[in-house]
Design a protein around this ligand. Structure first.
Ligand code: FES
Ligand code: FES
Length: 159
């Protein structure tokens, strides 16, 4: 049986018919075609599928679409304004932290959620906030530097 849900997706009200066991990742990536949201482990471990649900990062592969009914969902596509990158995206780019295209969308969204509630995070706070987003290639040093650069540019500055 399908359920009709309405999600405020990247600022637009969107309706979807979803099955009771459909994940938010499938709704967003397959039905809405927003492919910035990546399918990595598909089991809640890697964070590649991170989206912001009412401002909080969630693993969309492990979240049922029916639970998102009536709520706000932001994907990486929702951060840009036309061709203008969000300051967190720009900081990742400028700091050389975009080491791959797979984990970074989730990293950027988790970093944005952190900076929204804590404009001046310490290194420990940054590492903790991004601990659900795994990098399997290079490491976390540049990613941490990027979050600090974004904090500075957004006026908070990192501790
Ligand atoms: S794909 Fe969702 S946590 Fe890995
Ligand atoms: S930067 Fe994406 S896996 Fe390392």
């Amino acid at each position: 049986m399908d359920y009709k849900i309405e999600i405020f997706l990247n600022g637009e009200s969107c309706s979807f018919a979803v099955s009771e066991d459909e994940t938010l990742l499938d709704t967003i990536r397959v039905k809405a075609g927003l492919e910035g949201c990546k399918r990595g482990c598909d089991s809640g471990e890697c964070g590649a599928c991170t989206v912001l649900l009412d401002g909080q990062p969630v693993n969309s592969c492990s979240y049922l679409s029916v639970q998102a009914d009536g709520r706000s969902v932001v994907t990486i596509e929702g951060l840009t304004k036309g061709t203008e990158l969000h300051p967190v995206q720009q900081a990742f780019y400028d700091a050389g932290a975009v080491q791959c295209g797979y984990c970074i969308p989730g990293m950027v969204l988790s970093a944005k959620a952190l900076l929204d509630k804590n404009p001046a995070p310490s290194s420990d706070e940054i590492r903790k906030a991004l601990s659900g987003n795994l990098c399997r290639c290079t490491g976390y040093t540049k990613i941490e530097e990027a979050v600090k650069l974004a904090a500075e540019r957004l006026g908070g500055g990192a501790r």
